[in-house]
Design a protein around this ligand. Sequence first.
Ligand code: ATP
Length: 215
Amino acid sequence: MNPIGIFGGTFDPIHFGHLRTAFELLQALELAELRFVPAGNPPHRDVPLADAGLRLAMVRAAIDGQPGFAVDDREVRREGPSYTVTTLAELRTESPERPVCLVVGMDAFLGLHRWHKWREILGLAHVAVAHRPGWRVPTDGALGALLGERGTNRVADLREAGAGRIFVHPVTQLEISSTDLRNIIVSGRDPRYLVPDAVREIIRKTGCYSRKATR
Ligand code: ATP
């Protein structure tokens, strides 16, 4: 059974670095579907500038009409910190037979050992890691060892087991980040061609980044 992909993030705002990465992984990993899961209250980072409802609306607008892409709003609806392990456990209960593949960029993977109950994550899902400009594959430490044990470059392994493998994939490198985007907008510049037009329009109409101090 082809896995579903889960792409979590703050998406403050969503940009073409997220979208192109998700699209390439949807194809390369032969995912049945890729679900964007915006975090309601992301732990281990500053409070997002745009509220959760707006970040969710931007994700919906960004993926509108793209077959294979979907939005899952459970972390926005859930009270308390948005722990990925909780989301993955819920998905396993909902579809026990279907493998789940958690999609992360290399920067996020390098911080995986600081995530809540991180060792449980590989018992619930595979992890697909997308290269990101400026971040290298770990070769030592806990994550280097984990990659040695669990790494695979066979897509079939992601279908054959329900969870537990790590797949590193070299997606097109787009040096775009939400932090840079917020800085661009707050300084009065136009984020055009870095975000979909529909997202740019929401940012323009709501002024969600332009009036506040940036982080
Ligand atoms: P910020 O600058 O606010 O930290 P971000 O651009 O890293 O934001 P997030 O919403 O924090 O965006 O990221 C969600 C996921 O998308 C993470 O796993 C991150 O590694 C990945 N990601 C973000 N931007 C890119 C990119 N340009 N290329 C590949 N992966 C990316």
